[in-house]
Design a protein around this ligand. Structure first.
Ligand code: ZN
Length: 95
């Protein structure tokens, strides 16, 4: 560790060096740190993996919603006011 504010820490993800304030340290391994931009990409990777995991309970719900949406579309029910507004409401809350 060098003194002064100019010390750089290497990101354990991308390998680039950043000032300490741009590094997030791991809880159980504070010697390991990840830069802020890598935390963002790790987060999106984790999110993708989470939503593609068969163990993710909400996946079953999303699948059911997708099937219901498909059934409504096939029957052209989205033109009925009740189903149209329901679908729009569901779509607003789903990825
Ligand atoms: Zn990084």
């Amino acid at each position: 560790m060098s003194s002064g504010g100019g010390a750089l820490a290497a990101c354990w993800c991308c390998g680039s060096e950043y000032p300490e304030w741009r590094i997030v340290r791991l809880g159980a391994h504070p010697e390991a740190g990840v830069c802020l931009s890598c935390t963002v990409s790790l987060r999106s990777t984790a999110r993708r993996r989470e939503t593609s995991s068969a163990n993710w309970p909400a996946r079953a719900v999303l699948g059911a919603v997708d099937r219901a949406r498909g059934a409504v579309m096939k029957r052209q029910w989205q033109h009925l006011p009740v189903f149209g507004s329901l679908l729009r409401r569901i779509n607003r809350h789903l990825p």
